[in-house]
Design a protein around this ligand. Structure first.
Ligand SMILES: *Cc1c(COP(=O)(O)O)cnc(C)c1O
Length: 382
């Protein structure tokens, strides 16, 4: 039988062993790291700084006072409370879709939605850099899978052509991509992807995990941009990043959402999110997609421009290549007081280990400048 110790030492020798970092303070721009002390956090997805926002904290406390702390059952048993439906109605209204469904996480959304919509008669076509949750959802589906090189429209088209020649009358072709890619921070050409999926009568799912609350009109994601709005069949995302709380969502037509309620196993066979969380999310959407959100997005945009003239999102990779070198760079930054994670295989392709800098609306101008000079110093000594 395989010895787990041996597997761990193999991970260690290839520079791929991972450890949990222990944070002693609440989340924020400054966190207290166990054994290190206070450092500046450039690794969180809390893009608007809302995870510790005073107004959301007091709303959450108020809702806990009313609803308590748990939900008691799954959504289909007796766990669906008015607030879950209010949250979903608000989200559908914001996204201009017929309906919306919420899940316990973005991961659960992806692994529930793809197998619920696609089976062995169907075709799933994914961007090569899609998030692990989408890949796992695709694998669970038993559909025929095709992967196109990142943002490669010619290859997407040839896969669509290939699938459309094979799909039966009752079959389905679903294209899956992200609007902002999680490890590169670049954007998908959604307009052209919509043109292609329409030409081949395929459906399109776009994961907006890193865009919702950050980009697009009113922070509603890149699926809300003119030219694309109304054309994306399934808009997926998470409340765990810019919205500052947790949970996942899927916005689509009423019939797709009703089908998911009947078939998505990660929705059906899990306890409903606590109602106090759903109520806080409902309130948080007003904040994120309203004037306060706009002001925070302005702060974030200024910070992005300070960091890089060609910033496209809040995510800025610094590609290093080698695993050990990326780890060493991250460790060096930590000694200078900056928490910037090294990202390695299998999160990113082999040979493209990197530092992943994420910016928040809550960073200060000087903090970003000091990180930039530390990175420049690092590059010159490497
Ligand atoms: C973070 C992320 C998810 C998962 O969302 P959680 O709510 O954290 O489970 C899904 N897709 C992408 C692209 C992500 O970056």
């Amino acid at each position: 039988m395989r010895d787990p110790e041996e597997e761990l030492s193999q991970l260690q020798s290839s520079g791929l062993l991972r450890h949990l970092r222990r944070i002693e303070s609440p989340q924020g721009i400054r966190v207290k790291l166990s054994g290190v002390g206070e450092c500046l956090n450039f690794s969180s997805n809390d893009y608007l700084g809302l995870s510790t926002d005073d107004s959301l904290k007091s709303l959450y406390q108020k809702h806990i006072g009313h609803y308590g702390v748990g939900s008691g059952a799954s959504r289909l048993v007796c766990g669906t409370m008015a607030v879950h439906l209010e949250l979903e109605e608000k989200l559908a209204a914001l996204k201009h879709t017929g309906a919306a469904l919420t899940f316990t996480s973005g991961f659960a959304t992806a692994t529930g939605v793809l197998p619920a919509l696609c089976g062995k008669d169907d075709f799933l076509i994914l961007d090569k850099l899609c998030h692990a949750s989408l890949i796992d959802g695709a694998r669970l589906s038993e559909a025929t899978l095709r992967v196109f090189p990142h943002n490669d429209l010619d290859r997407l088209q040839s896969h669509l052509e290939w699938a459309s020649e094979r799909v039966g009358a009752g079959g389905r072709i679903l294209v899956v991509t992200e609007s902002v890619f999680s490890m590169d921070g670049d954007l998908a050409p959604l307009d052209e992807i919509c043109d292609l999926k329409e030409r081949y009568r395929a459906l399109l799912l776009v994961d907006e995990a890193h865009a919702f609350g950050v980009l697009g009109p009113g922070g509603r994601g890149l699926g809300a941009e003119p030219g694309v709005e109304g054309r994306i069949d399934l808009q997926m995302g998470t409340f765990s990043k810019a919205v500052g709380l947790s949970g996942g969502y899927l916005c689509a037509s009423r019939s797709i959402v009703d089908l998911l309620i009947n078939r998505a196993r990660s929705f059906i066979y899990t306890t409903a999110p606590p109602p106090a969380l759903a109520a806080t999310l409902r309130d948080a959407l007003d904040l994120v997609c309203g004037p306060r959100g706009d002001a925070l997005r302005d702060d974030l945009r200024r910070n992005r421009e300070t960091f890089s003239a060609d910033s496209t999102s809040a995510i800025h990779p610094v590609i290093i290549g080698d695993n050990e070198a990326a780890l060493a760079a991250s460790a060096r930054l930590l000694t200078l007081g900056f928490l910037v994670p090294a990202i390695r295989f299998p999160t990113v392709p082999k040979g493209s280990a990197r530092l992943r800098v994420t910016l928040s609306a809550a960073h200060h101008f000087e903090e970003i400048l000091s990180l930039k000079s530390a990175l420049a110093q690092l590059a010159s000594t490497r």
